[in-house]
Design a protein around this ligand. Sequence first.
Ligand SMILES: [Zn+2]
Length: 182
Amino acid sequence: MPRRKKSHIAQDAGTPVDPDQIALWLNRNPDSPSARRLTALIREVMDGISARQTRPKELPRKILVINRRLRTYSATPALLVPRDLSEPLRATWLPTIGEGNDEPFAYGEFQFVLGVLRLAREDRLGRLRRCRHDEQWFFARLKRQVFCSQHCQQAHFRQTPTFKKYHADQMRSWRKLKKSDF
Ligand SMILES: [Zn+2]
């Protein structure tokens, strides 16, 4: 067994959030104030990323906007009470209701804010997107993926003019065939 470094306080503060969880949370109640705030943050960070690539002079102003939003979140470092007293102590950040905050925010929202910033740092935030068919949030496994599921992909295809024409042609020839039977 490898010798483990002896530590009384676990190094990581909080577990990284699974991007699928962020999508699930946004879909559960997309019109709630907390989901709207997170959606706005995602949009602003993506805007900052694209400014950095194409209009670098605009970046400082974009960062100001993002930071103004982030300031509404505040947290304090805290130790978690271990379930098993022999476990090492774990440090984390606990959200507090900041001054000037109109509404209290849930622990979930705070975790997801950290998750969004982490995705941006890892250059993966662009993969957290809305389905082109039903607008549900999803985390794209493939770079070019624009639908949340195969079901949406097929449903979307059925709406395209090419498919509608193809379908109408099929129906026409089928009716013709049926008539000729008599
Ligand atoms: Zn979809």
